[in-house]
Design a protein around this ligand. Sequence first.
Ligand code: PMP
Ligand code: GLN
Length: 381
Amino acid sequence: VNPIFGEAGTTIFEAMSRLAAETGAVNLGQGFPEGLEPPEVVEAASRAMREGPHQYPSMMGLPALRQAVAASSKRWLGLDVDWEREVLVTSGATEALADAFFALLNAGDEVLVFEPAYDSYMPIIRRAGAVPVPIRLTPPDWNLPRAEIAAAITPRTRALVLNTPMNPIGKVFSAEELRLLADLMLEHDLVAISDEVYEHLVFDGRRHQTLFALPEVRDRVVRIGSAGKTFSVTGWKVGYVTADARLLGPIARAHQYVTFTTPPALQAAVAFGLNLPDAYFDGLRADLARRRDQLGAGLRAAGFEMAEVAGTYFAVAPIEGLDAEGDDLAFCRRLAIEAGVAAVPLSSFYGARDVRSHIRFCFAKTEATLAEAMRRLARWR
Ligand code: PMP
Ligand code: GLN
């Protein structure tokens, strides 16, 4: 048995959801939305399911979805994308990430990964034979540490992974930070895997920005999106990759051996969704910003602090001063069992699991769910 996945144990998201089910805790742990699925997109899936086809679609994805992904790049970012040569459909962003790592990395290549990092990056990078090089962002600002990045780059550095908006901390990378990374990519001949699954979930008038929109590095960026987040259907597992044909070709060849295709009815529904009017996307943002504010107010009332959230549907709270004894995992277990609210420990987002200072709450829940969770926290404190 290969040790890489064994070492990791069961993912914290699965573990905390299980604990929440066992204890009856309100589940603000694993990131999945409640009550936000757009009915017209669900209806489009039902229609496509009734009408078919039901057999393997094209390995690259349904033309309608690839066209919709390219059109979205134009509509939201002003970018021209060739849907036939530059867009691939995958079974979720998770598959897209794995395909990109398998296709673009060679044994011994080093990959810069910013921590706290989404949990699937490092195990798959390692299984692809490459070496993740963690670079830590530190609270309360979580700024990119320029000097540390420069010092971490070696002749073996091949890629960086950037997640903006960033799970779990809710950070949106600034134009200056993207510029800094683009300069390093050019200077050191790097590619970027840009995980943009929360691209539509940016708040307070912000606009999503991406390395892919910087012309000097456009041909070095693999931009990854997910219908799971954009349409609040995380179980659907429909993802998409946009990249220059030189990068997309190898990624598509990895994809053909990993899943080969993605359910056609779901692809058709996602194509329909991506073509919805702006009002849908604006409404989703506004709705989530309201829920973020509800969580913030509730947490503060219960004696927690909530850091600023610019995007995603996650907020982190420091555990210092909360009688947590510096152990975020044990504290999350206690919260689920004693308070009846599930959260996830941020240590799960660090390769070395030695940073135990924060816990993460998901606020993409109904008003009633959030209110109940906040009542329980306040009572427990
Ligand atoms: N990247 C990040 C940062 C995520 O939070 C998620 C959500 N689980 C994914 C990738 C995976 O997305 P999908 O469900 O489309 O595989
Ligand atoms: N992305 C989700 C989160 O961060 C969960 C995905 C999963 O359960 N693997 O909570």
